[in-house]
Design a protein around this ligand. Structure first.
Ligand code: IMP
Length: 423
């Protein structure tokens, strides 16, 4: 097995957790390289359901699991997740979890300001997860974030916290919010510093350890359409999600990333605000939401649902050089009489094969669809390609044709074993 990046091709929630867990057995290490606890991965194994946000999915199979330098870490949320996962029978220790010591921390002030700014935006809100990930990324590039490596030496920590508060208190005063004392943040950090130190490893040591592995999986969170540079900006998350970020955020070099597996859900969903040209606000959208149990793992919000959008996905495929796809949740479409794929946009009578970045055009998009007959028979749990109904195969072939990528894995249910390996 080669070192493989797993990248979501839509707005997140493509079912990456299941695919990562399904494949994890073939890898020695699983590395998270972006995002934070805004992510939510659900994995079902042997009757147990695991919900992961920050922990790489490899922990379930006791693989060497790394939270790379590109991730922002909320320590309180991480320890809460570790406690829950350990109660569910999975042991987490420095033997199977390493966190790069230069990751930037998400603090209570980030969670607060995320919520405050969202509330102030009213109807224009992004619909963030309010977990402070955006503000923490802002502090990272603003060079005022607190990193794990800043925690052990008190004079350094005090100085770093004061620099952080210089910015945040000015912002809070402007927003009419109470200012925060440095002792509040220092106490918060001192309460977690020894606990997190157990897992902290210099990024260079992680790189050396990964180099010795036969096969490493780089586990993406969110999806390409939420990428800060190429997604549906400003309705995006705060990190890059596409292939380039793997090298930056995983502690590994680019030459160590050998291939990409794109994860594609058989229809589209999105949580939060922003353009969604193929959104279905009718009974079919409602059917997809109920049948696909489309409720956010992190926020509990209902996901918006719609047809597959090959215009957006084609761009996502190019950005991450995706040649192979894992197609998920095919079974959710089982009962539909007709299924559509969006192959172009019409805006003001002009055809587009990409999403124009001008926000004012988004409300004018008319999706151009190709329509297919459904298969109207259950595919739930099918494990072999030859057992799939003919119309499902037609749908899959069409996806391959439109994406110029090969569908190599098909997921036909939430459980690990409900999977077809095409190759
Ligand atoms: P943030 O990442 O919390 O700042 O949220 C920004 C946007 O990304 C919002 O629309 C969120 O709903 C969305 N988002 C963030 N993380 C995920 C995820 O893991 N799955 C799906 N959507 C996400």
């Amino acid at each position: 097995m080669k070192n493989t990046a797993i990248i979501g091709l839509q707005w997140g929630d493509e079912g990456k957790g299941k695919i990562v867990d399904f494949l994890a057995d073939k890898f020695d290490a699983v590395v998270r390289f972006q995002g934070g606890n805004n992510a939510g991965h659900t994995i079902k194994v042997d009757g147990k359901t695991f919900k992961l946000s920050l922990l790489p999915s490899g922990v379930i199979r006791q693989k060497f699991s790394v939270i790379g330098s590109g991730v922002v870490v909320d320590p309180i949320s991480l320890f809460d997740e570790i406690e829950k996962i350990e109660k569910n029978g999975v042991k987490i220790s420095p033997q199977n979890l390493a966190i790069a010591d230069n990751v930037c921390l998400v603090l209570s002030l980030h969670r607060q300001i995320d919520q405050i700014l969202e509330n102030k935006k009213g109807n224009n809100k992004i619909g963030t997860t309010c977990r402070g990930n955006g503000p923490a990324h802002e502090d990272k590039v603003g060079r005022r974030a607190i990193r794990i490596c800043d925690l052990q030496h008190q004079p350094t920590l005090i100085q770093r916290v004061e620099e952080l508060l210089l910015f945040h208190n000015a912002l809070r005063k402007g927003l009419d919010e109470p200012i925060i004392s440095s002792s509040t943040i220092i106490d918060e950090l001192n309460s977690i510093k020894d606990k997190i130190a157990k897992y902290a490893v210099p990024a260079f040591e992680i790189a050396q350890r990964l180099e010795k592995c036969n096969a490493v999986m780089f586990e993406g969170a969110q999806g390409a359409l939420l990428d800060i540079s190429y997604g549906t900006y400003p309705f995006v998350t705060s990190s890059n999600i596409s292939l380039g970020q793997v090298a930056i955020g995983s502690c590994s070099g680019f030459e160590n990333v050998h291939k990409t597996l794109g994860i594609l859900k058989a229809y589209s969903t999105r949580v939060g605000s922003g353009p969604f040209p193929t959104e279905l606000t009718d009974e079919i959208g409602e059917f997809l939401r109920i049948e696909g149990q489309e409720v956010g793992t992190v926020t509990g919000r209902n996901r918006r649902c719609g047809w597959l959008d090959l215009v957006l996905i084609s761009h996502a495929l190019k950005l991450s050089a995706v040649k192979e796809i894992a197609l998920t949740k095919l079974d959710v479409l089982d009962k539909l009489a007709k299924i559509k794929i969006c192959v172009a946009y019409k805006i003001n009578n002009k055809n587009y094969d990409y999403l124009p970045q001008n926000i004012e055009l988004w409300s004018k998009i008319e999706p151009v669809y190709e329509e297919f007959d459904g298969w109207q028979t259950s595919t739930l749990g099918i494990k072999s390609l030859k057992d799939l109904p003919k119309n499902a195969l037609v749908y899959i072939k069409k996806i391959e044709e439109l994406t110029s990528a090969k569908v190599v894995i098909i997921s036909t249910g939430a459980k690990r074993e409900e999977t077809i390996i095409v190759n």
